[in-house]
Ligand binder design. Structure first.
Ligand SMILES: Nc1ncnc2c1ncn2[C@@H]1O[C@H](COP(=O)(O)OP(=O)(O)OP(=O)(O)O)[C@@H](O)[C@H]1O
Ligand SMILES: [Mg+2]
Length: 478
């Protein structure tokens, strides 16, 4: 009797609460070990596993405003993929935000500012003529070489000449050749990649891209390269090489993804239909290579790329223009569009294109991505005594103290900026800004294990800092 009552109550609730449909559970569910667990759907709380074998391709895009949780999702993904499939990952890190995490996760960080990459290398046994075409196509994208047909021909000619005359030629040789032949304008177009302070493309390569594609977790940190153009040419070239390596290795037999190529803030290289990104999107499935692109600005990604990607995570998006771009590219309801504007950190609308078109419903909402990051210590530094606390523990304690999600986010970011270190007085200043009283902060710091001497020191520093900023009167207290 009671049971049937419960059933009907349940049924009634389901009928009253109208929610947008979600894909059938079987499509989202995998055996652990066969798919990557990401969290639960918002309405039916069905577990969501990502399994590329059920999807049209293994590529992914993540879009959302700053702080919406893109990089966190990427890190969660790579951590679990390495665990279950032994997947390798090559992260092209535009702004240098992955290096710390990669080190902590036991991966390798390569600072491209200290390396060299010879554009004229023939990776994967590529013939010279094909490599010349690739270089010219990269320049088409980056310096709009197509608009300078004469210089385009001259650069091609120079590349051929230099390949023919020198064993280990590089881009500086090409510029020298053009200069010698008085082809000033063509030389000038290339000089932005070879000028003073930028010898990245001059000299022999110090990078073995092929080895890097099978070395576990690797972060190529591009942020210390001198200009955006140099970063883009480096990024595009590495993708061209990865494409050749992928083709040379042949079709994949293993079940899991072999290599994730991560483009965070892809900027120009994914905007152009001629970009290597398109070729990797088209062919990657066959070779088990997956692209994972994250960006704040969805229009960075060409529509052809965007509408052909197997999985898209839309995190919080605010700008109308960006939201419309995403919505018209992948198509979902007004309801979902509204929700995207209201998302909290880690929430996502997920669009999956299933291989067998078993599902009409392609976009569904997920509550916070259920992520994991390696243990991460935060240190609050005092005089002769540091308080070390595991991040999740600190977050939990701050949460219990009553901080909002936004405030927690601010504190976490402050710690991240400084590699997990924060002065105790800065920590106190932040809590004060959030409206906490001195006594509440003192008892919190005691709970964290701060001794009396450091408490006194911290608060007098806070006071001094305020005084020098002229925010409060200098009044000696107590
Ligand atoms: N699903 C989540 N669960 C818990 N914390 C999260 C989640 N997603 C993000 N965070 C936290 O929120 C903060 C911002 O996330 P993240 O760095 O991933 O943002 P982002 O979208 O990459 O921002 P940006 O565009 O500035 O790089 C981080 O401190 C991260 O740890
Ligand atoms: Mg990020």
């Amino acid at each position: 009797m009671k049971l049937s009552y419960l059933f009907s109550k349940d049924l009634a609730r389901k009928m009253i609460l109208v929610h947008p449909p979600e894909p059938r559970k079987e499509l989202l569910l995998s055996m652990p070990g066969e798919g990557i667990y990401l969290g639960k759907t918002r309405f039916l709380h069905a577990p969501v596993f990502w399994d590329h074998r059920k999807l049209i391709n293994p590529h992914m895009a993540v879009v959302g405003i700053t702080g919406s949780g893109k990089s966190y999702l990427v890190k969660t993904f790579l951590t679990r993929a390495a665990l279950i499939w032994n997947s390798n990952a090559l992260i092209l890190d535009w702004v240098g935000e992955y290096d710390k995490w990669v080190r902590q996760a036991g991966g390798r960080v390569i600072d491209l500012g200290k390396e060299r990459l010879n554009l004229l290398d023939l990776v994967g046994g590529l013939p010279k003529s094909s490599r010349i075409k690739q270089i010219v196509s990269a320049l088409d994208i980056l310096v709009d070489l197509k608009s300078f047909p004469r210089e385009r021909d001259e650069i091609e000619e120079a590349l051929e000449a230099v390949y023919g005359s020198k064993k280990k030629a590089n881009l500086s040789d090409v510029v020298r050749w053009l200069d010698k032949k008085k082809r000033k304008k063509a030389a000038r177009l290339l000089k932005r990649f070879t000028s003073e302070g930028c010898d990245f493309f001059a000299g022999d390569s110090t990078l073995d891209i092929k080895a890097l594609t099978s070395s576990g977790l690797v972060c190529l940190d591009l942020h210390s390269l001198p200009t955006e153009e140099v970063r883009s040419l480096a990024g595009l070239t590495i993708l061209q090489y990865v494409k050749e390596i992928m083709r040379a290795e042949g079709a994949a037999e293993e079940a899991g993804v072999r290599l994730f190529i991560v483009l965070d803030e892809a900027w120009k290289i994914a905007q152009d239909e001629r970009s290597e990104v398109i070729a990797i999107v088209r062919e990657g499935r066959k070779y088990n290579f997956a692209l994972l692109m994250a960006t704040q600005n969805p229009t960075d990604m060409h529509k052809t790329i965007f509408s052909n990607i197997g999985t898209i995570f839309v995190m919080r998006l605010v700008l109308r223009e960006y939201r419309d771009y995403v919505r018209t590219s992948i198509g979902y309801s007004q309801f979902i569009d509204n929700e995207i504007g209201k998302f909290g950190v880690g929430d996502a609308a997920v669009n999956m294109i299933f291989a067998r078109r078993q599902s009409k419903i392609n976009t569904f909402l997920m509550d916070k991505i259920d992520g994991e990051e390696p243990l991460f210590l935060m240190k609050i530094t005092g005089d002769g005594m540091d308080i070390e606390v595991e991040r999740e523990q600190l977050v939990k304690m701050l949460y219990e103290l009553g901080l909002t999600e936004d405030q927690l986010g601010l504190i976490k970011r402050e710690f991240e900026k400084t590699d997990g270190l924060m002065d105790s007085e800065q920590f106190v200043a932040m809590l004060e800004k959030f409206g906490y009283s001195k006594s509440a902060i003192i008892s919190f710091l005691r709970q964290l294990g701060m001794d009396e001497r450091n408490l006194i020191r911290t608060f007098s520093l806070v006071k001094m800092r305020k005084a020098t900023k002229g925010l409060v009167d200098v009044v000696l207290e107590e």
